[in-house]
Design a protein around this ligand. Sequence first.
Ligand SMILES: N[C@@H](CCC(=O)N[C@@H](CS)C(=O)NCC(=O)O)C(=O)O
Length: 214
Amino acid sequence: MLTVWGRKTSSNVQALMWCIGELGLPYERHDAGHIYGGTDTPAFLAMNPNGTVPVLRDGGGEPLWETGALLRYLAGRYGAAPFWPTDSVVRARIDQWAEWSKINVTLGFTVPIFWQVVRTPPSRQDPTAIRHAVTKLDNLLSIAEAQLSRKTYLAGDEFTLADIQFGHVLYRYFDIPIDRQDRPALRRYYDMLSKRPAFREHVMVSYEELRARE
Ligand SMILES: N[C@@H](CCC(=O)N[C@@H](CS)C(=O)NCC(=O)O)C(=O)O
């Protein structure tokens, strides 16, 4: 049994839970972080000195943190090809897209765009900064658009761990009021992901509890 600490409105928790759902693993999840608190207690900090979510424990094992590492752990222990192949050359082609998504797309979206549009009171939002961040993200999404025009999924024609690391921000990307370029391949890809039961359950989650009011 897996134990997860983290609120379901956390984008990193969503990536982890989506992966758990795709792999069909039994779990229990405890709300922690943001309005639920609990991440600054000695007990939590002993599990994750960063005081962030998610934290994952597999059975009676050591608690683990860092979402990218958690996804690779679950995929390596419980997944199989094509989701996470054992051949290091084949796997590296998937991992490059996963890493690219984590350090570029999710970082370029979550704080500079999502936090600005949803987690900042309207009177304190900076429309110029949001526009710049959207332009920067657009450059990355053009790379994804080119790839998804040739391939069904981000790393090829099969669903892989790279899709979790990339796709888990798309619900919010398409839902919030920002300028979006017309990207038919990205839209087709998002529509396809949104038919997956685990994506619907763990990623297409209301973010209203995060919304900043005046
Ligand atoms: N690099 C870490 C980042 C973890 C992180 O910043 N998590 C956020 C939620 S997405 C958090 O804990 N925020 C504080 C909170 O929810 O109280 C990871 O990928 O797991």
